[in-house]
Design a protein around this ligand. Structure first.
Ligand SMILES: Cc1cc2nc3c(=O)[nH]c(=O)nc-3n(C[C@H](O)[C@H](O)[C@H](O)COP(=O)(O)O)c2cc1C
Length: 339
């Protein structure tokens, strides 16, 4: 048995393999109300038929002003539970485990009205200047992550991922490049981590299942965060009951990224060995052999794929063939494997 197709268990939730679909915004809530549409149902259930072990539903906004675009999925209202429940049901029919990424876009929100961030600094000339959050605003957002978790639980998700990457709200608090606050939520690493600490504590009060945090391990900018700096925060996450750090990078500030196959895997390795926490590797991972190498060399515990699964929803079958392993096929598709 290859490592990629070995089952993997976190807090009694068993993934049938170590292939995860990374969260990917579909910008398909056509009525700008955060609701699940037919597109989401087809898109996610197709990857479930494709034997992905864990599907993490795209960045889903915990507050409407925290949407990247008006077409983002939302979980700020009980009205969202029905649609999400349906998507979970469709995915689970095929034995996949289901996750959802809870998100707030911070200064990278492009919705009408005021947008909010730790400090009143725009991402670049094309983005609005955000309003600096008051402590009351911060408390309301922490509560929104908790409420979103309760709704995700009602919808039947197995895994919650907190979006702390790509220059969105939590990431903006964590990095000194975007957090210029002088109160308890800015300054030292402990203070910049405070909002995430409080979100995790609130979420853990209502959620006993697997809990992931996605981070941008590198800001690629002088004075910004690095994988080594994140080791300290990942230790705090572990103490707080985070099960896995999903290690991405960049997009906090406009900086050039040299993206090559597996370019973020070394960050995953640094955090895994430095903080003794499980990690997910993501970023230009496209072959079974590459995935197997990462797992067998102990560089990550989970392989997340994004664009490759847009091109090939049945990637798991290709990877199994490449690695000389057989995986179950839905009985309707048996004929595809007989010659
Ligand atoms: C269409 C698209 C939408 C994305 N949306 C999200 C998102 O909602 N949340 C997130 O954390 N990353 C998002 N990403 C980033 C991916 O999850 C992933 O980290 C990145 O694409 C690198 O992996 P890949 O080389 O396998 O595509 C998105 C990427 C794509 C291509």
């Amino acid at each position: 048995m290859t490592r990629l197709f070995e089952p993997y268990t976190i807090r009694e939730v068993e993934f049938k393999n170590r292939i995860a679909m990374a969260p990917m915004c579909m910008y398909s809530s056509h009525n700008c109300d955060g609701q699940i549409e037919d597109w989401h149902k087809t898109h996610y259930s197709t990857r479930a038929v494709g034997q992905v072990g864990l599907i993490i539903v795209e960045a889903t906004a915990v507050q409407p002003e925290g949407r990247i675009s008006a077409q983002d999925l939302g979980i700020w209202s009980d009205d969202h539970i029905v649609g999400l429940t349906e998507v979970v049901r469709l995915m689970k029919q095929h034995g996949t485990k289901t996750g959802i990424q809870l998100a707030h876009a911070g200064r990278k929100a492009t919705v009408d009205g005021d947008i909010f961030a730790p400090s009143a600094m725009a991402f670049n000339d094309t983005y609005k200047t955000p309003v600096e959050m008051t402590v009351n605003d911060i408390k309301a957002t922490i509560q929104a992550f908790k409420d979103g978790t309760i709704r995700a639980q009602k919808a039947g998700f197995d895994v919650i991922e907190l979006h702390g990457a790509h220059g969105y709200l939590i990431n903006e608090f964590l990095s000194p490049l975007t957090n210029k606050r002088t109160d308890d939520y800015g300054g030292s690493a402990e203070n910049r981590y405070r909002i995430l600490r409080e979100i995790i504590d609130e979420v853990r009060n209502v959620w006993v299942g697997p809990l992931f945090v996605r981070i941008s391990a590198h800001d690629y900018t002088e004075g910004g965060m690095t994988p080594e700096a994140y080791v300290e925060m990942a230790k705090w996450m572990k103490e707080q009951g985070i099960d896995l750090v999903d290690v991405s990078s960049g997009a906090l500030v406009p900086a050039k990224i040299d993206a090559f196959p597996g370019y973020q895997v070394k960050f995953s390795e640094t955090i895994k060995s430095g903080a003794h926490i499980a990690t997910g590797a993501v970023g230009l991972i496209t072959t079974g052999i590459q995935a197997e190498e990462i797992l067998k060399n102990g560089r990550a515990d989970l392989i997340l794929l994004a664009r490759e699964l847009l091109r090939d929803p049945y990637w798991a079958y290709s990877a199994a063939k490449e690695l000389g392993t057989e995986i179950p096929v839905p009985k309707q598709y048996d004929r595809g494997w007989t010659f």
